[in-house]
Design a binder for this molecule. Structure first.
Ligand code: MLT
Length: 329
């Protein structure tokens, strides 16, 4: 099959695919070259950071299968995908663990002033007594979006001795009791926001979640709390957060892995604040997780015979969720 790799994925997976298929790495090619290669493309493999627009897909008349080497579909023109009847397979599982672990890296770094401590040592300072921090244990962890990633964050929070609460978009008693067994209490969004010492965002970006964490919501957060966003830029209103952090002491710190503008040369409005940690969308960038995603990309493509449902039969006796496959149609 003619495969275009449009985002960096595990190099061994690309090598392995190249044994059986005609694979082109288009992560660094010019627009003209990309347009030319799209004409023959049957399978497109990609992550976040590239817009899989109708315009792009129209340039690929032979395109049959989209492989999202990760979770989010906010960069894909989904109505176009459905209308054209393209197959779309996502691989959300392996990256979820990496993102959930990263939430703890953020919570610990914020609570224990890790970046300030590191910086002070590089400046030959010894400011031990200015670097007091807080325990995670016995604090309230509030999860906005207790789904695949949020649920893992919640389980890990419980294991750390945190009081774990969360909310979901579509409440059901069944989900509430499922989560209660993991010691995660489902509540209303407002309750989660106002009770959390650590508010961690894990919802997808869509119309209903754009600027979900706005000035009104920020003003309801607990005094001394921390905000963490590993979901998508655009869910937290960065300017509202800048105002809140600059003018008050309600929010003690924030960590954001995802940003409204994600591109070299773009500076976050929060970049000047000492109590903010900013990282370049690296939540899922754990080598083990990316290796596993690469392995699944190979399975999906090698098992594809023009019918997405057959991939699921060939590769998952345990069902689609365990393999982390989601369908576009
Ligand atoms: C994802 O949605 O899986 C993440 O954003 C990781 C990525 O695609 O780089």
């Amino acid at each position: 099959m003619k495969i275009l790799i449009a985002s960096p994925i595990d190099v061994d997976a690309v090598k392995e695919l190249s044994r059986e298929h005609d694979v082109e790495d288009v992560t660094k090619v010019t627009k003209d070259k990309m347009n030319k290669l799209l004409r023959e493309c049957e399978v497109l493999v990609f992550r976040s950071g590239i817009a899989i627009s109708a315009e792009l897909m129209e340039k690929a008349p032979r395109l049959k299968l989209l492989v999202r080497a990760g979770s989010g579909v906010d960069n894909i023109d989904m109505p176009y995908v459905r209308e054209r009847g393209l197959d779309l397979v996502r691989i959300p599982e392996p990256g979820s663990q990496a993102v959930a672990e990263m939430a703890f890296a953020f919570m610990l770094a914020l609570s224990r002033n890790l970046f300030k401590a590191d910086q002070s040592m590089r400046n030959a300072e010894w400011i031990k007594y200015e670097l007091e921090g807080y325990l995670l244990k016995n604090k309230t962890l509030g999860i906005v979006g207790v789904g695949n990633i949020g649920g893992r964050v919640g389980e890990m929070g419980t294991a750390w001795g945190m009081n774990t609460i969360g909310c979901i978009e579509h409440f059901s008693e069944e989900r509430r009791s499922e989560l209660a067994q993991k010691n995660i209490d489902l509540m209303e969004f407002d309750q989660v926001v106002s009770q959390a010492d650590y508010l961690s965002i894990h919802v997808p970006l869509k119309d209903s979640t754009r600027n979900l964490i706005n000035s009104d919501v920020l003003s309801k957060m607990k005094t001394g709390s921390y905000l963490i966003n590993l979901a998508r830029g655009g869910i937290v209103d960065e300017f509202a957060l800048l105002l809140e952090l600059s003018n008050g002491n309600r929010i003690r710190g924030a960590a954001l892995d995802v940003h409204k503008l994600e591109k070299a040369g773009k500076l976050s409005p929060l970049a000047g604040l000492p109590n903010v940690i900013l990282t370049p969308h690296v939540g899922a960038m754990a080598i083990d997780a990316q290796r596993e995603i690469g392995r699944r990309v190979i399975q999906i493509i090698n098992g594809y015979d023009g019918n997405q449902s057959n991939i699921q039969l060939k590769h998952s006796k345990r069902g689609t969720a365990s393999l982390g496959i989601g369908a576009a149609k």
